[in-house]
Design a binder for this molecule. Structure first.
Ligand code: ARG
Ligand code: ZN
Length: 876
């Protein structure tokens, strides 16, 4: 059944208060929900109250404390309908349900993991706990009473402030919580069990003390220290940058090991996948630390962008997610290196969101239709949503953007609102009409901007012709031209910036050119010499840019651009044609020879001591095989792409052998481990050097020595990856893999890495390895992190293994998806999206992929989640 944005209307009944009592039991938890409603003014006085449910059965129903008779209501597993309710005055319903947390393998609603009761309610999990108006525009204050066995559950947590607790006879106890901030049900949370804790306090800008607690499994407390530090920095940053203060007496985070996503922003009680909480030098990589910092910040920032101001309906998901991703990106940029962070963001956007936007699952940032909302927690909603917010900041400028945000917080605090409400705040702050700009929310597809320039030496003018095209996407064929903010600068042959005297034909202010027409020519006056143009600096707009620049011009930008993101972009633009050509030549059995300008520029950046090591590492990380496939666009042969890229790596390695040996030697991080960005950058550059050394040498010696010498997970894992990926059959690789497994057998998060390293070994043989690994006692089908680490990683990041020529990878995946779907539809649907680019494969593989998808589609008893993805993937 399809839900349409156009069908939105407010509920007939207003929910005033929620009072919940849980009597926790592993298999029979009793939930009593006391809900006070009144009929909305103007609503049909006869309309029944319809509450949502999911796999529920009703165990009791009272109206103002009196039992209701059977003809006054209808209860099914999916809904509870109550008739003959008062026309105006408030009334109370008391609803009792019995649920089984132990049997809840979907991990939505209330479930049990490792002896801990926990909840996940976004988007529609609360209806698996009790019958409820389970939609984000129904806001109420909640009181929560929890009763449970005291020995097994010393800890009883819910949202808001702690009211009190006491014994409850027969070895039980209870606790009561009150959350004064009206909230929708998706922000409800409950945790009970026996956990360790680390504590701290934060004094807010107005001088209130907030107790901060992070709960983890006993014994893991020291590994939560970095998360606590990140939380404090997030709270401070949101005060300083957005003027947002925390609003309860206590802020809690609970880390659990079975969790469908990264984390969840439940009011005052965030619940996290423990992967994004736990870290120590021995077991976490620099990427893990950076992710923890970002996700802790993200969930904390939701307190204002998501919780205090929430979404009217789920079509508005990007209202909270796009904005909050933008905020966490800004936070990380301030905490670390802004250009390096931007490079990482754009890499991620291009590798995850661009294929989504260019494939069968493309949808607008603000969709208008869905069958399963869980399938819309996508990189389009999150990452492109963040880019759209960033573009507003670019168009308006920092100050005006800030003013718009202040209006938003002021105007909509306590409300459930829409994207239109959000955009209006920026129109009011700026006096600008953002109607055309808003198309970014409504038109799917990555716009293609084609640029060409010509210089007139006598007139001293430079003309830049721009043309934009938004590709057709499922359900949207005719697209209007968008308002594209292009950060742009001109450079002279000596590398200095050229400031034009004036610009005609396009608005150009603060180095941002506004492209609004389908075609547009901007003429820059007073340009004394032929300029080299840098377009879409800092990736100011999430577009594909076609601009034929000579290798010499790109090399100049790579050397002199003041925007370091643009330097990286120039190096990438130099690399891509070489990689594309290499893939074609590999397919056709022709020799592969790289351009000198490209390798020279790359090695110059790598060796440039004026550049931060993290940047140099990013420069050395060539576009991935998936990136190359995306650029090629169609008829892809993963084996040829792989072989071509390997050949390019080898040439860089041979030419730069001395540079890489030197970097490997010097980029050490002596002394105690520190996860700071500078040290992480040195490790990243050292790792990149090691990669090239392994190509120069063609033997596992270097990586083996690095593996033995490593004293942190970043370098250890990288050395292991080189051994496994480049020399999988070598004794060195086999020994290292088993040493690594034995050393970390007790640490689930590290064992996930061990699975992932093997899942990504290039080549057809890896499928058998994955099958064997699934038989390993370390593999746990019920643990989402483990399934993602092995099956997910194989499907998403191993083009030659998953996409092997005989189609076995796709067949394997079809069976696995069907198996996972039995337990956990969300997880199955997510992994299935790895098939989204199947049409871009060469015909034989595409045929196998289609057959595998058809096998899934025809299977009986598919979840709505998987059915929705498989049908759209086949159709689009
Ligand atoms: N709101 C959470 C976050 O961004 C994610 C929730 C995902 N929910 C889902 N059903 N996939 O941080
Ligand atoms: Zn979020």
């Amino acid at each position: 059944q399809v839900i349409n944005l156009a069908d939105y209307r407010p509920t007939d009944f207003v929910l005033e208060r929620v009072d919940l009592t849980f009597e926790l039991d592993p298999t029979e938890t009793k939930v009593e929900a006391r809900l006070i409603f009144h009929r909305r003014e103007g609503a049909n006085p006869k309309a029944p109250l319809v509450l949502d449910g999911d796999e529920l059965s009703l165990a009791g129903l009272l109206f103002d404390q009196v039992e209701m008779s059977a003809e006054q209501y209808t209860a099914t597993a999916e809904s509870l309908t109550v008739y003959d309710l008062p026309a105006a005055e408030p009334f109370e319903l008391t609803i009792t349900t019995i649920i089984n947390p132990e049997a809840n393998t979907q991990l939505m609603g209330l479930y049990r993991t490792g002896g801990i009761y926990c909840t996940q309610c976004e988007a529609e999990g609360f209806r698996r706990i009790t019958y409820f108006p389970d939609r984000p525009d129904v806001l109420a204050p909640y009181t929560v009473n929890i009763i449970a066995d005291k020995a097994a559950n010393p800890l009883l947590l819910s949202n808001g402030n702690f009211l009190g607790g006491a014994g409850y006879g027969e070895g039980k106890h209870f606790a009561a919580w009150f959350d004064p901030h009206p909230k929708p049900s998706y922000l409800f949370a409950l945790v009970a069990g026996d956990l360790g804790v680390i504590e701290d306090t934060f004094t807010t800008m107005s001088g209130r003390d907030v107790a901060m607690k992070i709960y983890v499994e006993h014994g893991k407390e020291p590994r939560a220290a970095y998360a606590m530090d990140a939380l404090k920095r997030s709270m401070k940053w949101d005060e300083e940058v957005f003027g947002r203060e925390y609003d309860l007496d206590i802020f809690m985070i609970v880390a659990v090991s079975d969790f469908n996503m990264g984390a969840m922003e439940n009011k005052g009680l965030n619940i996290f996948n423990d992967k994004y909480v736990l870290a120590d030098p021995e077991t976490a990589t620099d990427a893990d630390y950076a992710n923890i910092e970002a996700i802790i910040a993200h969930e904390y920032f939701h307190n204002w962008t998501g919780n205090r101001i929430t979404c009217r309906d789920w079509f508005q998901l990007c209202l909270k997610e796009g904005l909050t991703v933008y905020r966490d990106h800004e936070f990380s940029s301030d905490q670390r290196s802004r250009p390096v962070k931007r490079i990482a963001e754009v890499r991620h956007l291009k590798s995850e969101q661009f294929p989504e936007d260019g494939g069968p699952l493309a949808h607008p940032v603000r969709p208008t239709q869905y069958r399963e909302i869980n399938n819309f927690y996508t990189t389009t909603v999150y990452e492109k949503g963040s880019e759209v917010t960033r573009m507003i900041a670019t168009l308006l400028g920092r100050e005006t953007f800030k003013k718009g945000m202040d209006i938003y917080f002021d105007r909509h605090d306590g409300q459930a609102v829409t994207i239109e409400d959000f955009v209006k705040c920026f129109e009011d702050a700026s006096g600008r009409d953002l109607a055309q700009f808003s198309l970014w929310y409504h038109q799917a597809g990555t716009p293609l901007v084609t640029a060409s320039g010509s210089y007139d030496a006598t007139a001293k003018t430079f003309s830049l012709s721009l043309e934009q095209m938004v590709p057709a996407t499922p359900g949207q064929t005719d697209k209007k031209p968008m308002h594209v903010p292009l950060s742009l600068a001109l450079f002279g042959e000596n590398g200095g910036k050229i400031e034009p005297a004036s610009v005609e034909g396009a608005e150009y202010a603060g180095e941002v050119l506004h492209l609004t027409g389908r075609t547009q020519t901007a003429v820059f006056h007073g340009v004394g010499s032929r300029p080299v143009v840098s377009i879409n600096r800092s990736f100011s707009a999430p577009i594909n840019l076609h601009f034929d620049q000579s290798p010499a011009d790109l090399a100049l930008l790579a050397r002199y651009e003041t925007d370091h993101f643009a330097r990286w972009q120039a190096l990438t633009d130099l690399a891509l044609p070489n990689l594309l050509k290499a893939a074609r030549h590999a397919r056709d059995g022709k020799a592969i020879v790289c351009e000198r300008t490209f390798i020279d520029a790359l090695l110059a950046a790598a060796a440039d001591k004026n550049l931060e090591p993290a940047f140099r590492a990013q420069a050395l990380a060539l576009p991935s095989e998936a990136d190359i496939a995306r650029e090629l666009g169609s008829n892809n042969d993963p084996d040829a792409i792989h072989a071509g890229r390997q050949a390019v790596m080898k040439q860089i390695a041979d030419q730069g052998a001395e540079v890489f040996a030197k970097l490997f030697e010097t980029m050490t991080t002596p002394g105690d481990f520190s996860p700071d960005a500078r040290s992480a950058g040195r490790r990243a550059l050292r790792n990149a050097a090691l990669t090239y050394l392994s190509y120069a040498q063609c033997s596992p010696g270097h990586a083996k020595a690095a593996f033995d010498a490593a004293n942190n997970m970043t370098e250890l894992l990288h050395a292991l990856t080189i051994l496994a990926h480049r020399f999988p059959e070598s004794g060195e690789a086999i020994t290292a893999l088993s040493a690594f497994r034995d050393r970390f057998a007790q640490n689930a998060l590290v064992i996930d890495k061990w699975f992932s390293v093997q899942a990504t070994i290039p080549g057809a043989a890896t499928l058998d390895r994955v099958r064997k690994l699934m038989e390993s006692p370390l593999f746990k089908r019920t643990n989402p992190n483990r399934v993602r680490a092995l099956v997910g990683t194989f499907a998403f990041t191993n083009p030659t293994g998953f996409g092997r020529a005989d189609g076995e990878g796709y067949r394997f995946m079809a069976r696995e998806i069907l198996d996972i779907d039995q337990r956990n539809p969300q997880l199955a649907a997510r992994i299935l999206t790895s098939m989204r680019s199947w049409r871009a494969l060469e015909p034989v593989r595409a045929g196998f992929a289609r057959a595998a998808l058809a096998e899934i589609e025809q299977a009986p008893a598919l979840s709505t989640d998987v059915r929705d993805i498989v049908e759209r993937t086949l159709k689009g």
